[in-house]
Design a protein around this ligand. Structure first.
Ligand code: OSB
Ligand code: MG
Length: 371
């Protein structure tokens, strides 16, 4: 039975976890991860979800404050109003609310975790996943000391990460890639610009073709599907879209315009597991490769990304790294670790396969609301 009986308690926790190393992108330098966690409780089960909006509206218009508003004032009352419902029923109700896919994903994820715990199944079984282990990848922030970037790259190669992504921005791109390629000519490598370039930068962007990158992620702004299509025509390097794809409609438009050749599906950016599955199968039909990105999630959100990648179609390595790459101390009990071949095993326990440690939650909590 895939029906949830009734949600009795909903809780919101805002936590702030210090990152091991500041993470610099073209839009910010993050020193810690502020994450909004959702816990839903029914008569016989509970589930956790994580909202990946940040403290600031730089990656997306959503922030933890907007998500808190949407979740508290709309999504939780909607979930409370449902009796004996399928997750799909809740998602139908959510669709009356425009956008706010990160807020929706956090609640959707909690429902999926709750349902799989209720059935005593790992989440991947419930969603139809097949792989027992997935590929790893690491996203390295912008470094101002090239030796430091080379050292971090070497460390990741030794750990057997399946591919390395570096963050780039204007002025921190071609020269850095040249040096990396000099020392690592064969490394599966890609770059992520987080929208730092404009359509007028075509000549600069063409220089990326020299480095045999797996892809260039989000060179232009969030709403630049048309300009991405003009740039992609001129580049050998496949463009991968991240920020630009929030909905199935965005995806269909991007593919119709040929704005990219690869999609970064972050389930937490697009409304959750269900939406991610629909996008993945749409991409499969259209011969577009996909991979699962990350948002420096805590162990809760990161485990959803793990389970998602057990679905057929997630063939490219994603931004799924070890817990120790992000935090000294996570809020869940089971850290994510790389095997000696660089693969990551899916935790077998019920739900996401990790349990929140109450002491840690208390230690890092900066806001709490109960409904
Ligand atoms: O663009 O993929 C991105 C982190 C925060 C915001 C945006 C992005 C990222 C990452 C890190 O690249 C991915 C991860 O390791 O979780
Ligand atoms: Mg990205």
């Amino acid at each position: 039975m895939n029906r949830i009986k009734r949600i009795k308690i909903a809780e919101l926790f805002l936590v702030r976890l210090p990152l091991i190393r500041p993470f610099e992108t073209s839009f910010s330098i993050q020193k810690d991860r502020e994450a909004l966690l959702v816990k839903l409780t029914s008569d016989n089960s509970y589930g956790w979800g994580e909202c990946v909006a940040g403290a600031d509206p730089f990656y997306s218009y959503e922030t933890n404050r907007t998500a808190c508003h949407i979740i508290s004032d709309y999504l939780i009352p909607l979930v409370f109003s449902l009796r004996k419902f399928f997750i799909e029923d809740a998602l139908d109700e959510f669709s009356h609310i425009q956008g706010h896919f990160m807020a929706k994903a956090a609640v959707e994820n909690a429902l999926f975790d709750l349902l799989s715990r209720e059935q005593n199944l790992p989440l991947y079984t419930l969603i139809g996943g097949t792989y027992k282990k997935i590929r790893s990848g690491i996203s390295l922030g912008i470094e101002h000391n090239t030796d430091e970037l080379l050292r971090l790259t070497e460390e990741a190669v030794k750990k057997k990460y399946h591919r390395i992504k570096i963050k780039v921005k204007k002025g921190k791109d071609i020269r850095v890639l040249k040096i990396l390629r000099k020392y690592f000519p064969e490394l599966p490598l890609m770059a992520d610009a987080n929208g730092d370039y404009q359509e007028t930068d075509l000549q600069l962007l063409k220089q990326f073709d020299e480095f045999n990158l797996m892809m260039l992620e989000q060179p232009l702004g969030n709403n630049d599907l048309y300009f991405h299509s003009l740039i992609q025509k001129e580049l050998k390097t496949p463009i991968c879209l991240d920020e630009s794809i929030q909905s199935l409609n965005d995806l269909r438009t991007a593919l119709a315009l040929e704005s990219c050749r690869i999609i970064n599906i972050k389930q937490a950016r697009v409304g959750g597991i269900k939406a991610a599955k629909i996008m993945q199968s749409y991409c499969l039909q259209h011969n577009i490769k996909v991979w699962s990105g990350g948002m420096l999630e805590t162990g809760i959100g990161r485990n959803f990304n793990l389970h998602l990648q057990t679905l057929p179609g997630f063939t490219l390595p994603g931004d799924t790294s070890e817990t120790s790459r992000y935090f000294h101390e996570d809020i869940v009990d089971t850290p994510i670790v790389l095997q000696s071949d660089g693969f990551i095993e899916i935790p077998p326990g019920p739900g996401i396969g990790a349990e929140v440690i109450p002491k840690r939650l208390n230690k890092y909590k900066i806001m709490y609301k109960k409904f």
